[in-house]
Design a protein around this ligand. Structure first.
Ligand code: P6P
Length: 310
């Protein structure tokens, strides 16, 4: 089994497109995920009594996982700045002296914790100091960790997307290399289905997948829902806007842009509900939201056609 450290080192020895300092940032994020994994498995899933910048009630584990990633990133001389879903403002660590800025959602889908559902950490790494004015096209690496029956991580850099699995001795090792997503979806994960009550075109998307006898696979967490697409090498995930979320619910910086980067490096698509590439959308504020349709390229195109039929 090839360890994460060895894979990163060997990759750069062959291709010279993964600088040692970027490898170190990835390794530090993965080190943090081990502490988060332990906390998720052993600590209470109850509420903290606090609310975050999003106005969402925070669980104790939301705060704990945020602290874990903040502390480890704060200790690195490589980090210029980081931004967390749980914090209103970006946090400057080394400023212009830092090499990379990291945006992350420390515990996505935490509302699934009390059901023992799969949750995850999502992150994106940009070169330089900050995020505003950049886009997903400027990412140099992205990934997520899924805390499930096994803890697995999807890491994407230098044009490819890979899976690593955490072993019983606490080491990540390569489990899937160069993941590719087939152009036609066999499974579908339609988020925000409630929107179909006010958007008949979204109901038409549901009807399309039912008519095609596609298999519904919806966990209610962005990480497990997208992980199914990468592990099954096929599928589509949708989360459109509606009156409660006129720009969509999911955040560009630390959810959709990293996921789009991961998908694009796995021969899949990621667009907003109008068909604009998520990776092209400029970051204008830390917590800006967007609609999203991602996965198998032909199926994404079909969904956009149905959603925008005149
Ligand atoms: P809804 C979890 O809260 C999350 O941010 C994503 O992980 C997930 O895809 C989405 O929201 C689910 O949203 O409206 O169905 O609860």
């Amino acid at each position: 089994m090839q360890s994460l450290h060895n894979f990163l080192f060997e990759h750069n020895k062959k291709k010279n497109n993964l600088p040692a300092n970027l490898q170190r940032v990835i390794v530090e994020i993965m080190r943090a995920s081990k502490y988060a994994e332990h906390a998720i498995r052993t600590e209470e899933t109850g509420k903290s009594g606090e609310t975050n910048i999003q106005g969402e009630e925070q669980l104790a584990l939301d705060i704990k996982c945020d602290q874990i990633f903040c502390n480890i990133l704060s200790d690195s001389e490589l980090i210029a700045k980081f931004a967390s879903e749980e914090q209103e403002h970006a946090v400057s660590i080394n400023g212009e002296a830092g090499l990379y800025s990291v945006a992350f959602d420390p515990l996505d889908g935490s509302s699934l914790l009390d059901t023992n559902g799969c949750v995850g950490t999502i992150f994106g790494i940009w070169e330089g100091n900050g995020f505003i004015g950049k886009s997903g096209n400027d990412l140099v690496a992205a990934g997520y960790i899924q805390y499930g029956p096994r803890t697995t991580a999807i890491l994407s850099f230098a044009g490819n997307t890979h899976e690593f699995t955490l072993s019983e001795i606490g080491e990540y090792h390569l489990s899937k290399e160069n993941i590719s997503v087939h152009e036609n979806a066999t499974i579908f994960a339609m988020g925000n289905l409630r929107a179909s009550t006010e958007r008949p075109e979204y109901k038409a998307v549901l009807d399309y997948f039912l008519e095609k006898k596609k298999t519904l696979r919806y966990a209610g967490g962005m990480v497990p829902d997208i992980n199914s697409i990468l592990c099954k090498h096929s599928g589509i995930f949708t989360y459109p806007s509606h009156s409660a979320y006129p720009k969509g619910k999911l955040r560009l910086l630390y959810e959709c842009a990293p996921m789009a980067y991961i998908m694009n490096n796995a021969n899949a698509s990621a667009v907003d509900e109008f068909g604009n590439n998520i990776s092209d959308i400029k970051i204008t504020e830390l917590h800006q939201r967007t609609s999203i349709v991602l996965g198998s390229t032909n199926s994404v195109e079909k969904v956009i056609e149905i959603l925008n039929k005149k």
